[in-house]
Design a protein around this ligand. Structure first.
Ligand SMILES: *Cc1c(COP(=O)(O)O)cnc(C)c1O
Length: 403
């Protein structure tokens, strides 16, 4: 068993905002990575749902090398044809109509929140409010941390941004109560599967009821697919399992396979709310990020990676259930495709360290949930290897007396 904390003096000039594990990764190939001492790890995390195509993908790398040599950045004073190319691809795959590009998840969510407020102002609601959720995670800027439903993320950064109403997930009565009592609401904002909150899926019938209520009330439905989108669940976007169409869909993480990128995809009710001068970004939509997005989507399609995510995800889920079903201490195994959470009955952060020691990268979120987010190129053999490493660690952990 290893001590959980990295030595604190190995990166003395970097602000200490993360609890880092005691290794540095140097390179990767597919779903395997190596650290600077030459040790190999199986990648069950994808840099938090970012490395969609794994590492050193044979089609992505030459495309990005070519792009770097042509143009990395030019700014939005000019037309950027690659923006139109990626926007068209996202619009065709989502059934929505227009895209704004930025650089990260929180930026995509900031843009969504600006749209929700402007949408309200345009129809005479001066103090627009947005419905957000318990256990939600939307980012670390002042507005998106205020939308986040985690007191630890809020602590020390008050005053929070106003204009949020919070409800529990999958409880339509709570949302109907907001509709009855709050005339200032302009949008409902949620993750289709909560990621940082512990891999908590919104039920399909709930999403359908929220869509119907949004239509009745004239609210925007804004679905944060920053973590669960881009093929991870086995469809382009996680909400597509429920058949609903959002009005606003922030994307980021997996869209660029590792190149920083964010996007807000909007339908007709939201696409023309922001007018020239209302919003902008220096880096957003730069040719390198756009090329990464275009190539990611093309490769996902050509290589059948959504079908792969669904298939390998089912295989992984079945293997995990075989190992853990009925085991005392395992509360629930849930998720879809290659976004899976194993909830234990006690805080289990140490599993992160033990998995690392055993050669497996994963995450523990919401204190008690082991979270798996492997790249979409994962194979069933790699899923079996993952379970082979993880199962004895969890079994051992649960057999120890609770601290
Ligand atoms: C990671 C995440 C964000 C924040 O994205 P950043 O790129 O870290 O700003 C927002 N929403 C969800 C659902 C996320 O998982």
């Amino acid at each position: 068993m290893n001590a959980p904390a990295a030595p604190t003096d190995v990166m003395p000039h970097v602000m200490p905002t993360y609890g880092r594990l005691p290794i540095a990764l140097s390179h990767g190939q597919g779903a395997e990575v190596w650290d600077t001492t030459g040790r190999r790890y199986l990648d069950g995390l994808s840099g938090i749902a970012v490395n969609t195509l794994g590492h050193n993908h044979p089609k992505l790398v030459p495309a990005l090398q070519e792009q770097v040599s042509q143009m990395i950045h030019c700014c939005n004073y000019y037309q950027v044809p690659l923006q139109e190319e990626l926007a068209k691809m996202l619009v065709e795959r989502s059934g929505l109509t227009n895209v704004f590009f930025c650089n990260s998840g929180l930026e995509a969510n900031e843009a969504a929140l600006k749209i929700a407020r402007k949408f309200g102002h345009d129809k005479g609601i001066d103090r627009a409010e947005v419905v957000v959720y318990e256990k939600a995670f939307h980012g670390r800027s002042i507005a998106t941390l205020s939308a986040t439903g985690n007191p630890k993320v809020h602590a020390g950064f008050e005053p929070l941004v106003e204009g949020f109403v919070r409800v529990p997930l999958n409880d339509i009565a709570a949302l109907e109560e907001v509709a009855r009592t709050n005339p200032n609401v302009t949008a409902v904002f949620l993750e289709v599967i909560q990621g940082e909150g512990g891999v908590n899926p919104a039920r399909s019938d709930y999403l359908q009821a929220v869509r119907a209520l949004c239509d009745k009330q004239g609210w925007l439905l804004m679905l944060d697919e920053v973590q669960c989108g881009i093929g991870r669940t086995g469809k382009w976007f996680a909400h597509q399992w429920s058949g609903v169409l959002p009005d606003v869909m922030p994307l980021a993480k997996g869209l660029g396979s590792g190149v920083p990128i964010g996007a807000v995809v909007c339908g007709p009710k939201a696409a023309h709310v922001l007018k020239p001068g209302n919003h902008g970004t220096t880096f957003g939509g730069n040719p390198l990020a756009m090329r990464a997005g275009v190539e990611t989507l093309k490769i996902m399609e050509a290589d059948g990676l959504m079908a792969n995510a669904a298939h390998v995800g089912e295989h992984l889920m079945a293997a995990l259930r075989r190992e853990f079903a009925g085991m005392p201490g395992v509360v629930e195994i849930r998720g879809q495709g290659l976004m899976i959470g194993i909830e234990l009955d006690r805080p289990c952060g140490i599993i992160l360290n033990r998995a690392l020691d055993a050669g497996l990268l994963l995450s523990v979120t919401a204190d008690k949930v082991v979270r798996l987010l492997p790249p979409l190129i994962f194979t069933t053999a790699q899923a079996d290897e993952l379970v082979g490493i993880l199962a004895p660690i969890v079994r051992q952990f649960l057999s120890e007396p609770q601290a």
